[in-house]
Design a protein around this ligand. Structure first.
Ligand code: MN
Length: 411
């Protein structure tokens, strides 16, 4: 496959700096959207992409593993350099491998496939609103205009480990793959992106048009887009190391190859590995469930968004069928943000109790008064618990609450 590339990153109309970064080093392409203050965001997105590129150059690991290492690099820097503490970044990467494209993804930047005039979203947004849509709390339309649609449940640099979505796309002649930050998709509807791609064959011209349209729509965020246009030139597929390696067994389901994939088809790899307890916390009360020796780690779970009913069912099932040991393991993999002692706190477990047993324990009590957070519409029901994918996700929600409160104060 021959690949023509168009790319652009633009500060937009409102921001004072560009915290997005992009990577174009054939056959590796990526976008990253940094956050955590101007400097922090820029450092996070740049460091993440540099790490991925460096590991790729040294042929170390799979793309998803390289993204995992990038997470560690950003996390370490964030911990050791006060000037960028609390920074994080999204990362969506595509590695062209003959007629295949490997994707690795964390956050709310996106990868789309444009094929036969149709535009298909390949990645799942790791955002609170997406979670709320999956749980049936809000509609897809409401999510698109939700004031807090950029709250991430997963990002690089927030915790020691992160779970990375990965998947494969089998490329056909004429296909195009678009990687972009939310500064594009937050401003330009999918239908309009589709139209522009349909009308514009030259990738650089198409990307420039996308950026222009996003800026015209307000450009409230940095805008980054990388467009790969594939032409079958009869060249033999392969060429990279990874081509010879059978695809990672950790992938539960590959991305669909011909039919347009649905959002729910995106692969989630691995169960979150809870990191060690943070050092800055005063104390962590033990969970109500009695301590039990841990059975062997369970295999990567197929995680699904749980409705409140779903959580109840899950917990009840766990109690009945697995007993206390199983319940403990189940609870250890669940995280949420709630209220403890009048303050916003991160919990491990589920926000409920059964027969007087609270099925959670406080992992980190923040200094944020719960009342302040609950004064913001999005966190009104904080006391009921906002569930997160993992420790990192819970941390990201807390950081977002901080930012939202600061923003409210400023306005
Ligand atoms: Mn952004």
């Amino acid at each position: 496959m021959k690949v023509d590339v168009g790319s652009a990153t633009d500060i937009g109309q409102v921001r004072e700096g560009n915290e997005d970064s992009l990577l174009i080093v054939a056959p590796l392409y990526a976008v990253a959207d940094g956050m955590g203050g101007h400097r922090g965001g820029e450092v996070a997105s740049t460091l993440a992409l540099e790490t991925v590129q460096d590991l790729f150059d040294r042929k170390q690991g799979t793309l998803a593993e390289q993204v995992g290492e990038a997470n560690r690099a950003v996390f370490e820097r964030s911990r050791t350099d006060r000037s960028v503490s609390g920074m994080g970044t999204t990362l969506t990467a595509a590695l062209v491998d003959g007629s295949r494209v490997h994707l690795a993804h964390v956050g709310d930047s996106r990868a789309y496939l444009f094929r036969g005039g149709e535009l298909t979203l390949l990645t799942e947004d790791h955002t609170l609103v997406h979670k709320m849509v999956m749980e049936g709390e809000i509609t897809e339309e409401e999510a698109e205009t939700h004031p807090h649609r950029s709250i991430l449940t997963r990002a690089l640099g927030v915790d020691q480990t992160v779970s990375v979505d990965e998947g494969d796309v089998q490329i056909e002649d004429g296909d195009r793959i678009l990687l972009c930050s939310d500064g594009l998709t937050g401003m330009v509807a999918d239908g309009q992106i589709r139209e522009i791609l349909a009308e514009t064959s030259e990738p650089q011209v198409a990307v420039d048009r996308l950026v222009k349209v996003a800026n015209r729509a307000g450009g409230i965020d940095n805008i980054t887009a990388v467009l790969l246009a594939f032409t079958d030139d009869g060249s033999t597929p392969g060429g990279t190391e990874e081509a010879a390696v059978p695809y990672q067994p950790t992938v539960e389901r590959p991305l669909p190859q011909a039919s347009p994939p649905r959002r729910s088809d995106i692969t989630i790899v691995g169960a979150p590995i809870p990191g060690p307890p943070p050092k800055d916390r005063a104390s962590a009360p033990k969970a109500s469930a009695p301590p039990a020796s841990r059975p062997p780690a369970r295999p990567p779970s197929r995680r699904r968004a749980l409705s409140k009913v779903g959580i109840w069912t899950g917990v009840t099932l766990a109690v009945v069928t697995l007993g206390v040991v199983g319940l403990r393991v189940y609870l250890d993999t669940q995280w949420f943000v709630g209220v403890s002692g009048g303050r916003v706190a991160i919990f491990r477990g589920v926000p409920t109790e059964i027969a007087g047993f609270e099925l959670h324990s406080v992992v980190l009590e923040t200094t944020i008064p719960a009342e302040e957070a609950e004064s913001l519409a999005l966190y009104r029901r904080l006391s009921e618990g906002i569930t997160a994918d993992d420790r990192a996700g819970a941390g990201a929600i807390v950081e977002q609450i901080r930012r939202d409160l600061a923003e409210q104060l400023a306005s």
